[in-house]
Design a binder for this molecule. Structure first.
Ligand SMILES: C[S@@+](CC[C@H](N)C(=O)[O-])C[C@H]1O[C@@H](n2cnc3c(N)ncnc32)[C@H](O)[C@@H]1O
Length: 291
């Protein structure tokens, strides 16, 4: 350590200081957050913290890190501080108009890949409530000959989704439109995906501050019982699915029975619930069974 360098302008002491501050504010995984901030704001990564603990931190880097830690302690998620989130191994921009994509939603991509093992197939895909476009863009990155349409009621979300498609090199095969669900759509699809807003509006006030203060209400509010989007969409879906097409809808952990009932009522013969890594029902896969 140089005699003239204060210890918190050196990598490892700063890292430990950051962890202590985050821990003191009850941040859940302080070491992971500290590492992420260091990687974002300095040229160093985890291996430098171990192998080059005395690496110098500049004043500018230090100021940015101090500001980030302050925001994190005030309850802002790192994804909101940096305006980005990784999903399905791709980088996505997020904004105040988009949901912060959740890893659980990656199950939709997994299931689509299982259902359509031929990744060269020129699928036509519709994503209802596309938000940042993370689901559609990830699907288009896997199905190289597919084309996709992403719909969202939020103008800001549509703008963000377009940027993400560009950033991830699928813009030429994607169309993002501002509108309400299926209104104005006049074609059929092989695959319809959706992670609709499914939180009951009575539950929203009880959500964590990180969610309540940073995810847009339009992305959360599923009406009085959290089921409004399924009730509105399921009865219309058949008109927009090709005969062997399927729809994959994300659901809340306690909505399995209600959503399956709505799918049955809408005449879907094939109905399967898929579980996330925590063992919660997470995605329903519905089709007409006309294969
Ligand atoms: C839970 S977020 C999902 C966003 C993104 N697909 C994801 O998984 O991160 C639901 C999205 O549905 C959009 N939305 C809400 N009501 C809508 C409607 N009537 N028509 C179209 N989109 C709607 C919201 O703006 C939000 O982007």
């Amino acid at each position: 350590m140089s005699v003239s360098t204060p210890s918190n302008y050196l990598l490892k002491p700063l890292y430990h200081d950051m962890i202590a501050r985050l821990k003191g504010a009850d941040i859940e995984m302080p070491d992971l957050d500290a590492r992420f901030i260091i990687e974002e704001r300095t040229p160093y990564d985890w291996s430098d913290i171990i192998a080059r603990p005395d690496s110098p931190i500049t004043q500018i880097q230090h100021d940015k890190i101090t500001s980030d830690i302050g925001q994190r302690i005030a309850g802002k998620p790192l994804s909101r501080i940096y305006g980005c989130r990784e999903f399905w191994g791709l980088d996505f921009l997020i904004s105040e108009d988009t949901l912060d994509p959740r890893p659980d939603s990656e199950l939709i991509i997994d299931l689509a890949l299982k259902h359509f093992p031929d990744q060269d197939r020129p699928l036509e895909i519709l994503d209802l409530g596309t938000g940042s476009g993370c689901i559609l863009t990830s699907l288009l990155s896997e199905f190289k000959n597919a084309r996709g349409w992403g719909i969202d009621l939020s103008v800001g979300a549509v703008k963000c989704a377009k940027e993400n498609a560009q950033k991830n090199h699928v813009a030429a095969r994607s169309h993002f439109l501002c509108g309400s669900w299926l209104n104005g759509i006049n074609k059929k699809f092989d695959l319809i995906v959706s992670n609709p807003p499914y939180i009951s509006n009575q539950v929203i006030p009880t959500l964590s501050e990180e969610v309540r203060n940073h995810d847009p209400i339009l992305a959360l509010d599923g009406g009085d019982d959290g089921l409004e989007p399924y009730k509105e969409l399921f009865p219309q879906l058949k008109n927009f699915l090709n005969p062997d097409g399927i729809a994959l809808f994300e659901i809340g952990y306690d909505q399995e029975k209600d959503v399956m009932r709505l799918a049955e009522k809408a005449g879907f013969v094939q109905r399967t619930v898929h579980f996330d890594l925590a063992g919660n029902p997470r995605v329903v896969d519905i089709s007409c069974g006309d294969k």
